[in-house]
Every structure is written in structure tokens, then in C-alpha cells.
Design a protein around this ligand. Structure first.
Ligand code: CO8
Length: 257
């Protein structure tokens, strides 16, 4: 597929996906979501993904309001389902995905960021779910994911009020892992943490991601059962044999998977 609204760049196994619609503040049009769906269902090879927006005032200023304004309820539902599918694809990729947020991450932009494993941001970042200001509701998973990150009371406050929070407050709330002074510092730190992750067993990291996704929303008993099954799975891998042997031999592990 020829991507019109995404820019891709792969370096050292890290694929940077940049949403690029500067005139619309990188808003998610149907075209952008179809491109993201295509990319995420076909991507093979990178050991990690960075999701960002093209440089400017916004990371992603939400779903495309111009397109939504003309949609029937059926079309709106199809659009919502497409956005949800993209967030689920991001969340379920077997490799780590970091959102690098510089500027506005509003509505669908905040929802895309929350579908990533974690979020790094610049001081310029602004987060919010302002859908109710438009007579809409968060439809790409905001009602489902925000409270898991910031707690249910804060999520209610943010979603009902449509209030925006800056990067420092988003960090305090646990929505953002770290705040950086510049875009360059943010990307450098993201690459550094991905290098740390890459030094570990890729299989074990993938299993951890799958367990965290699966237990999200389960009770403790069911969650522990899922974790135990995955723990058993880790024992079947060559990485586990190599990692434990390397520790005992006081050498660096050589993970092949
Ligand atoms: N969609 C379409 N166009 C947009 C969007 C958007 N979300 N945001 C900005 N634009 C466009 C503007 O219309 C404007 O276009 P034009 O130049 O043709 O007039 C251009 O981008 C620049 O916008 P501004 O002049 O407003 O730029 P500023 O830098 O002053 O402000 C803001 C940037 C703060 C991001 C501001 O543009 C803004 O508030 N945008 C809207 C933010 C918003 O409300 N987002 C939530 C949208 S709803 C949503 O995401 C729902 C997700 C779930 C959908 C489920 C479907 C069922």
C-alpha cells in the first residue's frame, strides 16, 4: 500500500511511524486509520515501534472532525470500529510500542497513545478527551483505557469535563512515563530504553506483554492463572535456558530468538 498520511523510517530494528497530516494537526482521517491498519497487519521485522506525529503543534489532534461531522450513525459506528481495531492492533503487537508525544494528543490522539505500551512526552505535550465538547464520546477506547492508567475518578473528571492536562500533570497522573525538554531528547531516550529492552530475551518480553494485556481487567485469581500458564511457556524457550545458564556462568546471555 502506498501510504499518503504516514511516514515510515526504520533504524537499528526500530520502526518510527509518523502520522503526517500537518494541515489538519495530524488528525486521524479514515484514510490514516486504513493506512495504520494495513501497516500494523503487515509489519514484520522491527524489534520495536515508535509512534509519533509530524513536528508541529500536535502529536495527533484527534479523529478527523470534518469527516465525522458528515457521518450517519452507521458510518460513525464503522469509523469507531476502525479506530478501535487500530488501537487493538497496536496494543497486541508482539514487540514494544512507545508513543512519543510532542504537542496536542487530544481525543483519538490520546487514545492512540494509550494503546501503546507506554508514553514519553515533551514539555509541549497536552492530553485530553474533549469529545463531549463536540457532542461525541471517546470512541477509540478512551472510556476503556484512560481509567486503567489514571484511576476511575480522574478519568471521569477528564472525560466529563473535556479538560486538558499538560505534560507535567500527565506525568503526575501516571499517563506519561517521562517528560523531556525537547523532541530530540525524547527520541534519544526512547531509543535508549528500547536498546535496554533489546538486550533481553525478545520471547520473554513478548510473553510479558501478552500477559499484561490478557490480565488487564481480570480479577486477581484469573490473572494469576494466566500468568502461571505463560510462566510455564517461558520454561519451554531456548531463551530461558540460555538466560539462566548465562547468569550461572557469569556471562552475557546470547539470545537468538
Ligand atoms: N479534525 C480535523 N481537523 C482538525 C482537527 C481535527 N481533530 N484538529 C485541528 N484540525 C484542523 C483545523 O480545522 C484547522 O483547519 P483549517 O486550517 O482548515 O481551518 C487546522 O487543523 C488547524 O487548527 P487550529 O487552527 O485549531 O490549530 P491550533 O494549533 O490553533 O490548535 C488544536 C490546535 C488545539 C489541536 C485545535 O485544532 C483543536 O482543538 N482541535 C480539535 C481537538 C479535538 O477536539 N479533538 C477530538 C476530536 S473527536 C475524537 O477524537 C473522537 C475519537 C473517537 C471517535 C469515535 C467515532 C465513533
Amino acid at each position: 500500500m502506498d501510504y499518503q498520511t504516514l511516514v515510515l523510517d526504520e533504524h537499528d530494528g526500530v520502526l518510527t511511524v509518523t502520522v503526517h497530516r500537518p494541515p489538519a494537526r495530524n488528525a486521524l482521517s479514515q484514510q490514516t486509520l486504513i493506512e495504520l491498519r494495513h501497516l500494523l497487519t503487515h509489519v514484520t521485522g522491527p524489534r520495536a515501534i515508535l509512534l509519533t506525529g509530524s513536528e508541529g503543534p500536535a502529536f495527533i489532534a484527534g479523529a478527523d472532525i470534518r469527516e465525522m461531522a458528515a457521518m450517519s450513525p452507521d458510518e460513525g459506528e464503522r469509523f469507531g470500529a476502525l479506530g478501535q481495531e487500530v488501537t487493538r492492533l497496536l496494543e497486541q503487537l508482539p514487540v514494544p510500542v512507545i508513543a512519543c508525544v510532542d504537542g496536542y494528543a487530544l481525543g483519538g490522539g490520546c487514545e492512540m497513545a494509550m494503546a501503546c505500551d507506554f508514553i514519553y512526552a515533551t514539555r509541549k505535550a497536552v492530553f485530553g478527551q474533549p469529545e463531549v465538547l463536540l457532542g461525541l464520546i471517546p470512541g477509540f477506547g478512551g472510556c476503556v483505557r484512560l481509567f486503567r492508567r489514571v484511576g476511575v475518578a480522574k478519568a471521569r473528571e477528564l472525560i466529563y469535563s473535556g479538560r486538558r492536562v499538560d505534560a507535567v500533570e500527565a506525568h503526575r497522573l501516571g499517563l506519561v512515563n517521562e517528560v523531556f525538554d525537547s523532541r530530540e531528547e525524547m527520541f534519544a531516550a526512547a531509543r535508549l530504553v528500547l536498546a535496554d529492552i533489546a538486550a533481553n530475551s525478545p520471547t520473554a518480553v513478548t510473553i510479558c506483554k501478552s500477559v499484561i494485556n490478557t490480565v488487564d481487567g481480570l480479577g486477581v485469581e484469573d490473572g494469576l492463572r494466566v500468568e502461571l500458564e505463560a510462566f510455564r511457556q517461558a520454561f519451554t524457550t531456548a531463551d530461558m535456558r540460555e538466560g539462566t545458564a548465562a547468569f550461572l556462568a557469569k556471562r552475557t546471555p546470547d539470545f537468538r530468538t
